[in-house]
Design a protein around this ligand. Structure first.
Ligand code: ADP
Length: 308
């Protein structure tokens, strides 16, 4: 099967052109088996194309793409993937259950397994009551739930999800998060393209930021995508200029001010816990009386469009 491989996906210098338009410009990355990565970026950046290339539905590319060591697009590689496309087609004239069973058959599941998994997944996505209703009566969110259930049906070791929360209400998003976390605990690998940094942080530890067909940055999602801040309180107010010098990089942000240029409470942007400790140490060494250090809810560094 190839699932004992260390890397779930390897992208080597991948270039994709549509006609004369270059859409991916030499993308290199390895996704470790068992990892969870969010691909973020503006519309048109190339997120969908990366997922489509891994899924084996883009045939014209240069470079190499491997899925658990197998060439992308081969039957063996496709068998290891659960792919939720940007616009997942569900069969409108079939019922939800029929959609599931049809997909199960395409994936070679035996009848017993197909039935039990379909039931369990429809239940898990809150569709048990409408399992025997035709899909054309479903809302957009219900169709998305069905498409997600279908993607998980064959229990593939690699999940490629393109905007999975599209059209989902908060309940649907919560169900999706808990099912994906369950899959990750069982050792699946997840690659998810999303505009929603809040959803991304709930399911992914790693992030790739894509722009204009290239990976612009990669690393831990929390520090790459979110700005972490702490609020510091002092016993006595001090000059804001002194605070700025102690923090060093000018990232202090004033919250409240006692008198002109004198502060006793302010926010500081920080990277990790080590930086928080260092900042506090610098202040104590400079004779400041620190009486409070509280985390402030972190926000995305840049808005990525709508967060629905
Ligand atoms: P994203 O998912 O980040 O929004 P895409 O991968 O869908 O970006 O698209 C990247 C670029 O490729 C866009 O400029 C888009 O217009 C173009 N593109 C995508 N699919 C096609 C296609 N089938 N034919 C021509 N251009 C395409």
């Amino acid at each position: 099967m190839g699932v004992s491989e260390r890397y779930a996906v390897e992208l080597g210098d991948v270039c994709v052109k549509y006609g004369s338009k270059t859409v991916l410009r030499g993308v290199n990355h390895v996704f470790h088996a068992g990892s969870s990565t969010a691909i973020l970026g503006q519309n048109g950046a190339g997120k969908t194309t990366i997922l489509r290339t891994i899924a084996g539905v883009v045939h014209q590319y240069s470079g190499w793409v491997k899925v658990f060591g197998l060439e992308a697009g081969t039957v063996g590689a496709k068998r290891l993937i659960g792919y939720l496309p940007e616009r997942p087609g569900v069969y409108e004239r079939l019922t939800a259950m029929q959609n599931m069973l049809f997909h199960a058959e395409l994936n070679g599941l035996d009848t017993g397994t197909a039935l039990s998994r379909s039931k369990a997944l429809l239940e898990a996505f809150g569709l048990a009551e409408v399992a025997h209703d035709r899909v054309h009566t479903f809302s957009k969110g219900m169709k998305q739930r069905l498409a997600l259930a279908r993607t998980l049906l064959a229990d593939p070791p690699l999940l490629l999800l393109d905007e999975p929360t599209s059209g989902l209400d908060p309940d649907g998003a919560n169900l999706t998060v808990s099912l994906l976390r369950e899959k990750l605990e069982q050792g699946s690998t997840l690659i998810v393209s999303t505009h929603n940094p809040y959803f991304a942080r709930r399911v992914s530890r790693d992030a790739l930021i894509v722009a204009d067909g290239s990976i612009k940055s990669r690393g831990e999602l929390e520090s790459l995508v979110f700005e972490r801040k702490v609020r510091i309180r002092l016993l006595r107010g001090v000059d804001i200029g002194l605070i700025s010098r102690l923090v060093g990089d000018g990232s202090t942000h004033l919250v409240s001010q006692g008198g002109s240029g004198v502060v006793s409470e302010f926010e500081v942007a920080v990277g990790d816990g080590e930086e928080i400790a260092q900042t506090v140490e610098n202040m104590v060494r400079a004779g400041l009386r620190v009486v409070g250090v509280e985390p402030v809810e972190s926000l995305p560094k840049q808005e990525e469009g709508d967060h629905t």
